[in-house]
Ligand binder design. Structure first.
Ligand code: GLN
Length: 311
């Protein structure tokens, strides 16, 4: 057993015993019934070595983590033009906030808050039907992870469709400003379905490898995005990946990371590892309570923070 395997198992054992686990999201009904005792972790090193512990092979709803993959695809479709419709600044507001949209003319602060990801979904629609755009996302994520078993949980997608009043408000509001080009229902169909992707920590960490490896999938050698684009996506994950908790996450963990209300976090140690953690209980900012703690401990024990001097 390498040191890293020992560290990963040790963290999984500590998290299994942690008393303060946060609260699972309840505004999407199927997420409320996920067992808060769950904790999973997967670390994929640059050479492909995988360390998986706890519930690291159990699929969960990746929710907003999907915004990293939809941004990657949308940039591939329209390039840097995307930035005329979405900003690149942290919002300092909740993930589903509408307040800045009024003064900022329907241009969301960044692609990782809901409003921003709704615009990237609009871009993914392009000239496609919603079903095709959803299929493209699913194929993309499966190819990144090298795993055809990844699926979209229709129950979760439907629950969001039935209860997503805020997202409908965001979409319609942006349409009023001309920053949504397709009907809100179509755009939200794409958005809710990619949020409903079900993946395990192992699958998620595999899918995130291109961000640790300068845009290249290290398994296939295929370029997914340019090195510059990978760097920029990582920068946005660091500054905006945890909504109004992004500063705190950078302070405690020091890695680019993207969270989702399903309790998952994808984190990237550039050149070193792609990491996914999952525990359904959230903190007051909607980010995984134990997922954050686990990453904080992993980084403390490995020295992987991007702010730590190298070699
Ligand atoms: N699908 C969720 C929503 O729109 C995503 C939010 C999240 O993961 N923070 O509310």
């Amino acid at each position: 057993m390498t040191d890293l395997s020992a560290i990963v198992s040790e963290i999984a054992a500590e998290m299994a015993a942690a008393p303060d686990r946060g609260t699972p999201a309840s505004y999407i009904p199927p997420l409320a019934s996920v067992d808060p005792a769950r904790f999973g972790i997967a670390v994929i090193e640059a050479d492909g070595t995988a360390h998986v512990a706890g519930d690291g092979d159990m699929p969960f709803s990746i929710q907003s983590i999907s915004k990293v993959f939809s941004l990657t695809l949308a940039l591939g479709a329209v390039g840097d033009q995307l930035w005329t419709r979405v900003g690149r600044e942290p919002s300092g507001s909740a993930f589903n906030s509408i307040v800045q949209l009024e003064t900022e003319h329907g241009i969301p602060r960044n692609p990782f808050i809901n409003a921003g990801a709704i615009v990237t979904s609009d871009i993914l629609l392009g000239r496609n039907a919603p079903r095709e755009a959803i299929g493209e996302m699913l194929r993309f994520v499966r190819a990144l992870a090298g795993d055809e078993a990844i699926f979209i949980d229709e129950t979760v997608a439907r629950a969001e469709q039935d209860t997503g009043y805020r997202n409908m408000a965001l979409a319609n509001y942006m349409r009023a400003f001309g920053n949504l080009h397709h009907p809100a229902e179509h755009v939200l169909g794409v958005y809710f379905h990619h949020c409903a992707l079900a993946m395990s920590c192992r699958q998620l960490a595999l899918a995130g490898r291109y961000l640790m490896a300068g845009g290249i999938n290290p398994e296939t050698g295929r370029s997914i995005v340019s090195a510059q684009r990978a760097r920029r996506i990582n920068a946005l994950m660091l500054t905006c990946g945890h909504y109004d908790g992004s500063g705190e996450f950078a302070f405690r963990v020091g890695l680019p990371g993207k969270s989702g209300v399903g309790g998952g976090i994808l984190a990237v140690a550039p050149g070193i590892a792609s990491i996914a953690v999952w525990s359904p209980g959230l903190n007051e900012r909607g980010n995984s309570q134990l997922g954050t703690l686990a990453l904080e401990r992993l980084v403390a024990r490995t020295g992987w923070s991007i702010f730590e001097p190298r070699g």
